[in-house]
Design a protein around this ligand. Structure first.
Ligand code: NAP
Length: 244
């Protein structure tokens, strides 16, 4: 059985991706930063009910050594690592003049360095296997920038460069690496926006609605599938036509 690791997967887009990959037949290694995130979410029960193996690993993916230990444990528990989805991400928004150095550094560490950490260690396993699929979560903020998100847009733009570099370095070993760039997806993060902000955002979207987490999971499922075996180094925007 093939194994997929999804970082930051106790809830939100990561949980939807984990559930979709479980439906596709993968054994699932879930990750999140705290046990509490899993206590408040039923993702493990939903995946286990599908009859695939599912384990959870508590680790802060911004920490290099924690990622090394987690990947080693997952390899020991599952035997192979076939798909890595670098999904964990945070925001600490604020206009540039008021953004603290701590909030800049934290977002870069969690969103960007985590991709280096996990790709290095899981990629080493995939190189030995001579196969693997890596899918990174970028964002429209990384493609176009977004006022109030200097830290977040920097991290998400960096992920695009890291995706292309990974594709070039690991391609000859049968490993693909692609990114998805979601637009505005209906999550607690977007629910919290004011009605005025929501209307302004909807005005920019060709499809005049927010995306759903399953619509991100579906594209990730495609990129992890055999149908995408010759697709690498690409960024797929999933935004309902935010920019054209
Ligand atoms: P979410 O609901 O906040 O889920 C992210 C999960 O990652 C949370 O459970 C979070 O735990 C966890 N996490 C945070 N820091 C971590 C760390 N250091 N190590 C391990 N896990 C950690 O976010 P989401 O909306 O599903 O977003 C998922 C990804 O999609 C992110 O990379 C995000 O940037 C990207 N994205 C989202 C949207 C959108 O509209 N939602 C749009 C574009 C891109 P805590 O809650 O405890 O921090």
């Amino acid at each position: 059985m093939a194994t997929a690791i999804i970082t930051g997967s106790a809830r939100g887009i990561g949980a939807a991706i984990a559930l979709r990959l479980a439906k596709d037949g993968y054994d699932i290694a879930l990750n999140d930063i705290s046990e509490a995130m899993f206590e408040n979410n039923d993702i493990m029960d939903k995946i286990t009910a599908l009859g695939v193996k599912c384990e959870k690993y508590i680790a802060d993916v911004s920490k290099h050594e924690a990622c090394e230990a987690m990947v080693k444990q997952i390899k020991a528990d599952f035997g192979s690592i076939d798909v890595l989805v670098n999904n964990a991400g945070i925001t600490r928004d604020g206009l540039l003049a008021r953004m603290s150095e701590d909030n800049y550094d934290l977002v870069i560490a969690v969103n960007q360095k985590s991709v280096f950490n996990m790709t290095k260690f899981a990629g080493a396993v995939m190189m030995k296997q001579r196969s693997g699929k890596i899918i990174n979560l970028s964002s429209v903020a990384g493609l176009y920038g977004n006022a109030g998100q200097m830290n977040y847009s920097a991290s998400k733009a960096a992920i695009i460069g890291m995706t292309k570099t990974t594709a070039k370095e690991l391609g000859s070993r049968g490993i693909t690496c692609n990114a998805v760039a979601p637009g505005f997806i209906q999550t607690p993060m977007t629910d919290a926006l004011s009605d005025e902000a929501k209307q302004a955002i909807l005005g920019m979207i060709a499809m005049k609605r927010y995306g759903q987490v399953d619509e991100i999971a579906g594209v990730v499922s495609f990129l992890a599938s055999k149908d995408a075996s010759y697709v690498t180094g690409q960024v797929i925007e999933i935004s309902g036509g935010l920019s054209m």
